[in-house]
Design a protein around this ligand. Structure first.
Ligand SMILES: O=C(O)CCC(=O)C(=O)O
Length: 391
C-alpha cells in the first residue's frame, strides 16, 4: 500500500509551494512545504489533473472535459515559473508538461487540494457523560442558522435529539425532509413501531432491544434513521444510544488484532418477510472508509451469521466480538432517556447504535414512527450553509 500523504492538520499548519530542480533528473518539481519539517513533491499527474484551463474543464460546471486516466504514466514537468500577482489577481504557477500542455495554476487551490477532506466536522466520539447533549427545538430548526448548528452537531456526534415536532400520522416525513432525502424500503416510506403480537420483527414486541444498527442486511445500509415518538403512556420503553466509535476505539486499544478481525471477517446478515422480501448482505462488523478510518458498525446479533473458519479462528473472532458486545452494553457508553410525544432522535445508523428497554403494553400505548434518510443529505446541506455561516 503506497503511503498516502496526510497533512498534520488541514488548515492551521502553515503551507507554501516552492519550485525546485529535482537533483535526480534535473527536471523542475513543485514542493509542498508544511510547517518547518514536512516537504512533499507534488507529482506531475496530480498537478496536471487539477488544471482549470478551459480546454481541460467546463467553465460553468467545473467538471473535467478530458480523461486524466489516459495521460502518459511518465508525465513530467518541463517548465515551472511564478507569474507575479497582477492587481487583485494572486500570483500563479505557470507549469508546462511533457505531453505539451501548459497552463496557470492557483497555488492556494493546489494547497487546498492536498487535503483529502469531506469538508465536514470530524467525528467526536462520546460516552455516557456527554455534555451538553445536542438537543434542539423543532420550531427553531426552521432558522437556517440553527439548522446549521444542529447539522454540525449531528455530523460530529452522530445524533441529535429534537423536541416539539408535529405528531400527525405522517408528519415524520416532513420532519425528515428538513434534513435529507427519505429512502423508501420494503417497509414503505416510514415504519410503525408499536407492540403487536405475532409481528415479523422483535422491534414490534414489547421486549427490550439491545444496542443494534438497523437493516444491516441491506445494500447499502440505510444511512440515517429518524425515530419519532407519537404516543408514550408506558413507564418503560426508554431509548438508548451508544457511539460505536468510542467503543471500538477501546477494543482497538485493548486488542488490535481482534479489531482487525472484526473489520475484515465477512458476516452474513439476512431478513425474510414471507414472499415480500428476502434481503441478504455480507460485510464485516466494523466498517472502515477508503483511508482505513473507522466509520461505524453493522451490528445486530439477532440477524448475523459468521463464516466457517477453523475452530481456533472462530474462537479468536468470537473473543473480539464478545468484547465488542460487552462494551456496547456497558453503562459508561450508553445514553438512556425517555422519548415523549413530539420528541425524535436522528442518528447515523452505522455509527450510533440504538435500543430500548422493555415496556408493558398493559400500561398504555407506545407508538413510534421511523424512517431512513441517506447520509449525504445532511452533509450536503451543512456544506451549503457553511458558505453562509462559516464552517
Ligand atoms: O421502540 C424503540 O424505541 C426502538 C425500536 C427499534 O430499535 C427498531 O425499530 O429498530
Amino acid at each position: 500500500m503506497p503511503r498516502l500523504f496526510r497533512p498534520i492538520t488541514s488548515k492551521r499548519t502553515f503551507a507554501l509551494l516552492a519550485i525546485e530542480i529535482n537533483p535526480a533528473n534535473s527536471r523542475p518539481q513543485i514542493l509542498l512545504k508544511r510547517g518547518t519539517s514536512h516537504t512533499t513533491p507534488l507529482p506531475a499527474l496530480w498537478l496536471r489533473a487539477r488544471s482549470h484551463h478551459p480546454s481541460q474543464r467546463d467553465t460553468v460546471t467545473g467538471q473535467r472535459l478530458v480523461n486524466p486516466h489516459q495521460l502518459p504514466t511518465d508525465l513530467h514537468l518541463t517548465q515551472a515559473a511564478w507569474k507575479p500577482a497582477q492587481g487583485a489577481a494572486q500570483a500563479q504557477l505557470h507549469l508546462a508538461f511533457s505531453d505539451g500542455f501548459a497552463g496557470d495554476f492557483d497555488p492556494q487551490e493546489l494547497i487546498a487540494g492536498t487535503v483529502i477532506s469531506e469538508e465536514c466536522p470530524a467525528p467526536l466520539p462520546w460516552m455516557a457523560d456527554l455534555s451538553p447533549q445536542p438537543i434542539y427545538a423543532w420550531s427553531e430548526l426552521a432558522q437556517d442558522a440553527v439548522l446549521h448548528r444542529a447539522l454540525r452537531d449531528f455530523i460530529a456526534r452522530g445524533f441529535v435529539l429534537v423536541h416539539g415536532s408535529p405528531t400527525e400520522n405522517d408528519s415524520l416525513l416532513t420532519v425528515a425532509r428538513r434534513f435529507g432525502y427519505v429512502r423508501d424500503t420494503n417497509f414503505g416510506a416510514f415504519f410503525e413501531v408499536y407492540s403487536r403480537p405475532g409481528s415479523n420483527d422483535l422491534a414490534y414486541r414489547p421486549v427490550s432491544l439491545g444496542p443494534h444498527t438497523d437493516n444491516p442486511y441491506r445494500t447499502p445500509v440505510p444511512g440515517i434513521q429518524v425515530l419519532q415518538c407519537l404516543q408514550n403512556e408506558t413507564s418503560g420503553g426508554l431509548s438508548t444510544l451508544v457511539d460505536s466509535l468510542a467503543v471500538a476505539a477501546q477494543v482497538r486499544a485493548e486488542d488490535p488484532e481482534g479489531f482487525a478481525l472484526l473489520s475484515s471477517v465477512p458476516v452474513r446478515f439476512e431478513y425474510r418477510d414471507g414472499d415480500k422480501a428476502h434481503l441478504v448482505a455480507v460485510t464485516p462488523l466494523i466498517e472502515l472508509d477508503g483511508l482505513g478510518q473507522m466509520t461505524g458498525v453493522h451490528y445486530s446479533p439477532r440477524l448475523d451469521d459468521i463464516p466457517l473458519m477453523s475452530e481456533a479462528d472462530t474462537q479468536r473472532y468470537h473473543g473480539a466480538r464478545k468484547r465488542l458486545g460487552e462494551l456496547f452494553e456497558d453503562q459508561q457508553y450508553e445514553l438512556r432517556f425517555r422519548l415523549d410525544p413530539g420528541w425524535f432522535m436522528m442518528f447515523d445508523n452505522n455509527r450510533v447504535l440504538h435500543g430500548r428497554t422493555a415496556f408493558d403494553p398493559s400500561e398504555g400505548h407506545r407508538q413510534l414512527q421511523g424512517c431512513y434518510i441517506d447520509r449525504d443529505g445532511p452533509r450536503s446541506t451543512y456544506r451549503v450553509l457553511s458558505r453562509r455561516f462559516g464552517a
